[in-house]
Design a binder for this molecule. Structure first.
Ligand SMILES: Nc1ncnc2c1ncn2[C@@H]1O[C@H](COP(=O)(O)OP(=O)(O)O)[C@@H](O)[C@H]1O
Ligand SMILES: [Mg+2]
Length: 220
C-alpha cells in the first residue's frame, strides 16, 4: 500500500482536484482508496455525485470521510494499493498526524510567486515531519512562459517538484462536476494525457514499475 497525502495551506490550490484526478488515473493500475479529512468535504460531495453516475464510471474508487485522527487505523484495515488523502487548508496537529502516514506528499500550487512562497513554507513544515514531498504545478496557462519561469525558480531554490504539470483546463473542472475523473470522462484528451503522465511519475517516485500500456506511446 502506498499512501499519497495531498497538502497545501493555500485554499483553491487544487488539492481536491488532484486527489480526484490522480485517484481515477491510478485506479487503472490498482485499487484506490480516497480519504477526505477536510471538514469542507468537497471530495465527499464529489463521491456522492459519482455514486449517482453509475454506468459512466470506468474504475472503482473507494471513499471514506474521516477526521485526521482516524486515518492511521483506517489504513490498517484497508487493502488498497493506493490511498490518496485530501486535507484541509491548514497544517495543524491533526494534519501532521496524517502527514506521518505518507509515502509521498504532493503539494499543488499555481504557477505564481505568492503561491511559490506559500509552498516553500508548506515544504518546510512537511520537512519537519519527514516524508518525501514534491510540488505539483497546477492550472498552468496554455500559453506563455510562466510555468517555465516558475519551474526554473523552483530549481534555483532547490524545491522538489514533479516534471509533470496540470494545465488550467475546462475538462478537469467539467469531469469533476460530473463525479468523474478526466481519464474516465475524456480518455483521449490532452487533460487525460497530463494526468496519465503525472500518475506515471508518481508511480516512479513510489518505486513502482511501469505497467505495459498497450497502444499508448509517450504522452499522446
Ligand atoms: N487544473 C485545473 N484546471 C481547471 N480548474 C481547476 C484545476 N485545478 C483546480 N481547478 C478548480 O479550482 C478550484 C479550486 O480547486 P480545489 O481542488 O477545490 O482546491 P483546494 O482543494 O486546494 O481548495 C475548483 O473550482 C477547481 O474546479
Ligand atoms: Mg479541497
Amino acid at each position: 500500500m502506498k499512501v499519497i497525502v495531498v497538502a497545501q495551506q493555500k485554499g483553491g490550490a487544487g488539492k481536491t482536484m488532484l486527489c480526484v484526478q490522480l485517484g481515477a488515473a491510478l485506479a487503472e493500475r490498482g485499487r484506490v482508496l480516497l480519504i477526505d479529512t477536510d471538514p469542507q468535504q468537497t471530495l465527499t460531495r464529489w463521491a456522492a455525485l459519482r455514486a449517482a453516475r453509475g454506468g459512466e464510471t470506468k474504475v472503482p474508487l473507494a471513499i471514506e470521510t474521516l477526521s485526521g485522527w482516524r486515518v492511521s487505523s483506517a489504513l490498517s484495515r484497508h487493502g488498497a494499493d493506493f490511498v490518496l488523502v485530501d486535507t484541509p487548508p491548514k497544517l495543524d496537529g491533526e494534519a501532521r498526524l496524517v502527514l506521518r502516514e505518507a509515502d509521498l506528499v504532493l503539494v499543488p500550487m499555481q504557477p505564481a510567486l505568492p503561491d511559490l512562497w506559500a509552498a516553500e513554507t508548506v515544504l518546510g513544515l512537511i520537512g519537519e515531519i519527514g516524508p518525501e514531498a514534491a510540488l505539483v504545478l497546477n492550472r498552468v496557462p496554455a500559453s506563455g512562459k510562466l510555468a517555465a519561469e516558475i519551474g526554473a525558480e523552483l530549481a534555483r531554490r532547490g524545491l522538489p517538484h514533479l516534471a509533470a504539470t496540470l494545465g488550467n483546463r475546462v475538462l478537469f473542472a467539467q469531469s469533476f462536476a460530473r463525479g468523474l475523473g478526466v481519464s474516465e470522462a475524456a480518455p483521449m484528451s490532452p487533460a487525460a494525457a497530463e494526468i496519465g503522465a503525472l500518475a506515471a511519475e508518481v508511480g516512479e517516485r513510489l518505486g513502482l514499475a511501469q505497467p505495459v500500456a498497450a497502444g499508448r506511446e509517450g504522452r499522446g
